[in-house]
Design a protein around this ligand. Sequence first.
Ligand code: SF4
Ligand code: SF4
Length: 370
Amino acid sequence: KPMENRITDIGPRKYDEFYPPVIAKNKGKWLYHEYLQPGVLVHVAESGDEVYTVRCGGARLMSTGLIREICEIADKHCGGHVRWTTRNNVEFMVDDKSKVQPLLDDLAGRKFAGGSFKFPVGGTGAGVSNIVHTQGWIHCHTPATDASGPVKAVMDEVFADFQNHRMPAHVRVSLACCLNMCGAVHCSDIAILGYHRKPPMLDHEYLDKMCEIPLAIASCPTAAIKPAKVEIGGQKLNSVAVNNDRCMYCGNCYTMCPSMPLADTEGDGIVIMAGGKVSNRITAPKFSKVVVAFIPNEAPRWPTTAKTIKNMIEVYAADARKYERFGEWAERIGWERFFDKCKLDFSHHLIDDFRDPAYYTWRQTTQFKF
Ligand code: SF4
Ligand code: SF4
C-alpha cells in the first residue's frame, strides 16, 4: 500500500498500520482502564469495546528464537499483534475476556530449560515494573557500568514485587550506564547510574592520527582539554592535555576521540539515586537525588547494588502511606530519616551545589540537619 507523503520506503512503516483493529477503531475514545490482577489490564472504550492486556517481563537481550516465540504467541492469541513497552515489557492484547485465561495459561506453561519463567506476567500498578535501561558494555562506548547485568541482578532480587501490587504506589527503577543518562534516570523512584571517577587516559602516540584535535577540545563541556605537544621516542607529536581538576568524567571527549578512553576497572562503578518521578499526581514531578555515592562494579551479579535497592524498596513498602511515591515518602519523613531508616551513610559526596534556582534541593536549605 503506498504511504502518504513519503518519498522513500526507507525507515519503519507508519506506526498506525500496526494497530490491532480494536485499537484503531477506538483511538482517542477510551473511557477508563483497570488492573484486573497484577500484569492484566482492561481498557474500556466509549463504544463498549474492551481490550485486555497481558504484560510480561521481557529479557534485556533477546535471541531471535525468543522473538520468534513471542511472535508465535501473538499469532496464536492476538491476531498477530504484539507491543514492547518503554520498560522492555512485552504486551499481548486481546479483544475479549474469554481469550485472557487461555493466553495466561499458555504463557505460564512456557519455561526455560532450567524451569525459570520465560514470560513472567506482572509489571503493572503499585509494584516494581521492569527496569528501563541503556545499552551497557555490550553496545555503547562510554559506559561506566553494564546495563543488562545489574538490571537482571536487581530484578531477580525484587522479582516477587514484579508480580504483585503490595507497594504503596508505582516503583519505577531505571538504569543509565553513564551520566549522559540516555536511561532517563534523573526522574525515577530509584535510579542506577554508571559513573566514571577518573579523567580520560591519553594515547598520545595515536591521538593525532585517530582524532580531530579541535573537535576533541570542543567536545569538553568544562573546557578541560587544551592542545599540547608531546615528545615520544624523540618525535614531537600534536596531542592534547587534560586539566584533571576541571574534568567531570562525562566521556564526551571519548565520543569524539577514541584515543581518550576513560573506562577503568577501579574508577568505574554505580551511583544510586532516589526520589524522582515524572508523574504530576499528588505532588509535582521531581528529580532523583544521589543517595549512594559509589558502589564498585561487581560483575556478574552486582550483589551490593541489588541488596541496597532491595532494602530501600522494603523500607519504603513498610513505611510509606498508600499512594505515596518514593520521593514523596522521603520528603514527608525528612531525608535525614530516610538515610537512617534505609541505613545508608550520608557523606559529603551527596551534597550538590547546583546554582540554578530550578535545581535547589534540600541539601542547600538550613533545614537539612546532617
Ligand atoms: Fe552510552 Fe551513556 Fe547512554 Fe550508557 S547512558 S548507552 S554509556 S550514552
Ligand atoms: Fe572534558 Fe568530559 Fe573529557 Fe573530562 S571526560 S575531559 S569533562 S569531555
